[in-house]
Design a protein around this ligand. Structure first.
Ligand code: KG4
Ligand code: ZN
Length: 341
């Protein structure tokens, strides 16, 4: 069995994992260590790139050692190292890439530079062995896209957000409600107690052709509603959260239906990926839409939806098993669209 060490430092999670090519998806992840920097960034309402990079530098060596220890392997067992080399906050990416390259060099092992979005895109193969082709709904803090995954390294973007990503809209709306960062899980929790019909928020681009998305107007509508309220009670906040989440669900499900029709292959599998995929309410809305179209819907377990290193290791494994050799000259890239993989 082959082993790969995955490393992820592109945002505010310092993560390392050991994965194998075990045919049983449940047996593949030997360790999956994630150190979240939420506390470091709490006072700032978002991720501060410089603080993130310094925290990665401080914690990464110990996180890697823990990943190897928990997997009960030593350095010699590794067949390769795979590290996020973009897109992301460049300081953090630099820390991960420098560490991974030096570590790989000292062990005489290959080092793969991995696109973070490809990690999210292929996670359902790691967790559920989903076969190609499939339709991917990628919704994270920085990205929101419908992608037809035709094969490995054959990605066709069907639609994308023209402004904010879904996760960004969750985070910004949460900040308006004085909820801590990251806002997605906070809004989801609060929405459970609210009325999704209390506010009639806009559903941007809903009646336009194509499956592009837009969330900036929705966020502005939340801001206006919050600013108008002199007494923002818990009930008021819960109603805002529920109405906001309902608007996001309505847009995503309508656009998913359009995305299905735009695919060049008959869609039998649809998967979600990215941090927003951790949202149970959105997940069940997307699942129902898929059921209406007789499409199997797959959502990876929560721990694999948000940023992690197992998904990065897995892309390395998809490369290794295809005999793709690692290019030692790869460089960190702050921007790197999935279609350029
Ligand atoms: O993929 P991810 O971990 O990081 C990148 O952006 O690459 O996604 C983080 C985003 C944040 O915006 C966070 O608020 C959102 O995912 N998120 C959620 C939930 N959990 C995380 N959004 C909605 N509901 C959630 N339960
Ligand atoms: Zn991500």
């Amino acid at each position: 069995m082959r082993h790969i060490l995955g490393i992820e430092t592109s945002c505010d999670e310092t993560a390392a994992a050991v994965i194998t090519d075990h045919p049983d998806a449940n047996e593949r992840i030997r360790s999956n260590i994630i150190l979240s920097q939420t506390q470091e960034h709490l006072d700032y309402g978002g991720v501060v790139p410089e603080i993130a990079a310094r925290a990665h530098l401080e914690h990464l060596p110990a996180i890697v050692e823990k990943a190897l220890h928990d997997a009960q392997i030593n350095h010699d067992h590794l067949d390769a190292i795979a590290v996020t080399s973009g897109p992301g906050l460049i300081g953090g990416v630099l820390v991960g890439v420098s560490f991974a390259k030096a570590f790989a060099l000292s062990l005489g092992k290959p080092c793969y530079g991995i696109n973070h979005l490809e990690g999210h895109a292929l996670t359902p193969r790691l967790s559920h062995n989903v076969p190609f082709p499939y339709l991917l709904v990628l919704a994270s803090g920085g990205h929101c896209q419908f992608i037809e995954v035709l094969d490995f390294r054959n990605y066709r973007v069907l639609g994308t957000t023209i402004d904010d990503a879904a996760g960004e809209a969750f985070d910004k709306s949460a900040t308006l409600l004085n909820l801590p960062y990251p806002g997605g899980p906070e809004i989801e929790k609060l929405a459970l107690k609210g009325d999704p019909k209390a506010f009639d928020f806009p559903r941007p681009l809903l009646h336009r052709d194509g499956c592009n998305l837009s969330f900036a107007g929705l966020k502005t509508a939340v801001r206006n509603a919050v600013q108008k309220e002199i007494n923002p009670t818990e009930v008021f906040k819960a109603n805002i959260a529920a109405s906001f989440q309902q608007a996001v669900a309505d847009v995503l499900t309508k656009k998913l239906t359009i995305a299905i029709s735009l695919c060049t292959h008959p869609v039998t599998n649809c998967v979600v990926a990215g941090g927003v995929a951790a949202n149970q309410f959105l997940g069940s809305a997307l699942r129902s839409t898929c059921a209406e179209h007789n499409i199997t819907f797959t959502a990876p377990p929560l721990k694999l939806c948000t940023d992690n290193a197992a998904m990065i290791g897995w892309v390395g494994m998809e490369m290794l098993t295809r005999g793709i050799s690692a290019d030692p000259t790869f460089l960190p890239r702050p921007r790197w669209p999935l279609a350029e993989c």
